[in-house]
Design a protein around this ligand. Structure first.
Ligand SMILES: Nc1ncnc2c1ncn2[C@@H]1O[C@H](COP(=O)(O)OP(=O)(O)O)[C@@H](O)[C@H]1O
Ligand SMILES: [Mg+2]
Length: 243
């Protein structure tokens, strides 16, 4: 397999059980999923179906109970805690519903933070952060603080922070949950553009219109993938399906 044929994210037979006192909850059961560079996958399912658990395991925030995960061909199960932290920092970007921006830092400083923490020089971190802010259309708001931005702008700063340093795997957990539908649509379009530029994107969403930006939709129920569809291609609809 060449480098480009290798999935950016590979999950094989991933199971996660939470033990909470006397009760055991199976949050994920035997999930197998590949996501390639340039691909955007939407994950849908009712509350409690395991979506957030899937994303946390994909991004090495949480260890599975069973199964294997590879990010850019690196098997996470074999890595030390220190190496896992490095994979998270260098290869994985997270976007959450509530943005998770630091209120005392400007947009630029928030976006540069992962690179600063990774030991990049301040000049490199800032120039990469400027590039990432420009990519989400926020070049002009680099010195604004989070409370000076709209919800949609804050979420775009969070996306810039997730893509800074050209990380290949972008994981978004209900990134539009706190936004109105027009702004939410713009955030999804931004994630779509990152995929078109070569990132592997996994986005959890409740909204079928948002999921329509993805190449594939994966449906979870009780921790299992129960269905998978390819999103309809607008081009093939226009040309009567002859591509
Ligand atoms: N830290 C935890 N401890 C115990 N149970 C948990 C924990 N996190 C999630 N769960 C349970 O795991 C299942 C899947 O949760 P989650 O992945 O958050 O689903 P979703 O994001 O689809 O709502 C749910 O039944 C939830 O209650
Ligand atoms: Mg969730």
């Amino acid at each position: 397999m060449t480098l480009d044929e290798r999935p950016a994210l590979a999950m094989r037979g991933v199971t996660k059980t939470y033990v909470d006192g006397e009760t055991t909850v199976t949050a994920l059961a035997d999930v197998t999923l590949d996501v390639f560079a340039g691909e955007m996958v939407a994950v849908m399912g009712t509350s409690g179906s395991g979506k957030s658990t899937l994303l946390a395991i994909a991004g090495a925030l949480l260890a599975p109970t069973d199964g294997e995960i590879e990010v850019d061909g690196r098997p996470l199960g074999k890595l030390s805690a220190r190496k896992l932290a490095q994979v998270r920092r260098e290869r994985v970007g997270f976007v959450f519903q509530d943005y998770n921006l630091l209120p005392t830092l400007t947009s630029l400083e928030n976006v540069a933070l992962p690179l600063d923490l990774g030991g990049a020089s301040s000049a490199t971190a800032r120039s990469e952060a400027r590039r990432a802010l420009a990519a989400v259309g926020l070049r002009e708001r680099a010195s604004s603080f989070p409370d000076e931005l709209s919800g949609g702008q804050r979420q775009r700063v969070a996306i810039a922070r997730a893509i800074v340093g050209r990380r290949r795997l972008l994981l978004a957990d209900e990134p539009t949950g706190a936004l109105d539908s027009v702004t939410g649509e713009a955030v999804l379009k931004g994630l779509r553009e990152r995929a078109d530029e070569g990132a592997a994107v996994v986005v959890v969403t409740h909204d079928a219109r948002h999921a329509a930006w993805a190449d594939r939709i994966v449906y979870l129920a009780d921790g299992r993938i129960v269905d998978e569809t390819r999103a309809s291609q607008p081009e093939s609809l226009l040309t009567g399906g002859t591509l």
